[in-house]
Design a protein around this ligand. Structure first.
Ligand code: GDP
Length: 294
């Protein structure tokens, strides 16, 4: 039977707030969060680890007076998601000794060539003098595609055609940049439909020769789960400095942003929001957290 002491302690708890988050408060709220993460195409293991971390942090926390326990858990989820995807500034690092060399890598169709143009456009608006480099000598029309972008932007495109090796093209491009006062070199490399040894060997050879300041992996956000495998492979075999997530103007809920960041530990630096040349935006972790939670 309840006596006055129980009522009193219950009342004082209510006055102080709503008491501490219990294991069941947290589990109930996180069940829905887990569903939202999986619907947003977050990798299963990434989602599981994330939920475990939030649970550890949440259980036992004093519930804020203005919130229900479920709302308090969601608040923690937002904070953790934002923190997990944030940290580093979403910009490329400019070298103190020009030219800054940026190498774009990724699978075919991810949006590398388009992103090369968009990035050049963004940097031009910041008063930089980018040089675009056509080092994808395998995909028919990749060189032409970059030249068309260069023309639209009023920016030079360095090419030696498709008969020279990408390593030599990259090397010569840097010499060209030095002698023509171009301060940023953006190398559009070849992709393949799948990751294979030949692709990685070629990228490693370019990396070892030109020592890029930034290797940015271009990933299609629509590929969801596959994005994790791709990011893991490129990071392990080549080492990447950041990620550009493309096609976020589509239906993708953006789970790839969380997965890719979690498995590589590398920042998402920009996001592609359309096919046009001005459709490249900085990455905002808080906005992405809202998008992922739906
Ligand atoms: P690459 O093979 O990696 O060089 O890929 P491309 O740059 O040729 O891009 C493949 C396709 O994706 C093209 O049709 C691009 O217009 C399109 N694309 C690239 N980035 C975006 C983006 O952010 N949003 C949308 N909707 N389409 C994009």
């Amino acid at each position: 039977m309840k006596d006055w002491r129980t009522s009193c302690s219950r009342l004082s708890k209510r006055l102080r707030g709503r008491g501490k988050l219990t294991e069941s408060d947290v589990s109930d709220a996180l069940r829905e969060v887990r569903m939202a993460l999986l619907e947003a195409d977050v990798n299963f293991k990434v989602a599981k680890d994330f939920i475990a971390r939030v649970k550890e942090r949440a259980v036992g926390q004093e519930v804020m007076a203005s919130l229900t326990p479920a709302q308090h858990v969601i608040k923690i989820v937002y904070e953790e998601l934002t923190q997990l995807m944030g940290g580093t500034q979403s910009r490329i690092t400019i070298s103190s000794r020009p030219p800054t060399v940026v190498m774009l890598v990724g699978l075919q169709g991810a949006g590398k060539t388009t992103t090369a143009g968009k990035l050049a456009h963004l940097l031009k608006k910041q008063n930089k003098r980018p040089l675009l480099v056509a080092a994808d000598v395998y995909r028919p029309a990749a060189i032409k595609q970059l030249q068309v972008l260069g023309e639209k932007l009023g920016l030079p495109v360095f090419t030696l055609g498709d008969k020279e090796s990408p390593v030599r093209i990259a090397q010569k491009a840097i010499e060209h940049a030095l002698s023509h006062a171009r301060d940023i070199v953006i190398i559009d490399t070849a992709g393949r439909l799948h990751i294979n040894e030949q692709l990685m060997d070629e990228l490693k050879a370019i990396k070892n020769t030109v020592k890029p300041h930034e290797i940015l992996l271009v990933v299609d956000a629509m590929t969801g789960q596959d994005a994790v495998t791709v990011a893991e492979a490129f990071n392990e075999q080549l080492g990447i400095d950041g990620v550009i997530l493309t096609k976020l103007d589509g239906d993708a809920r953006g789970g790839a942003a969380l997965s890719v960041r979690a498995v590589t530990g590398r920042p998402i630096k920009y996001v592609g929001m359309g096919e046009k040349l001005d459709a490249l935006e900085p990455f905002y972790p808080d906005r992405m957290a809202s998008r992922i939670l739906g």
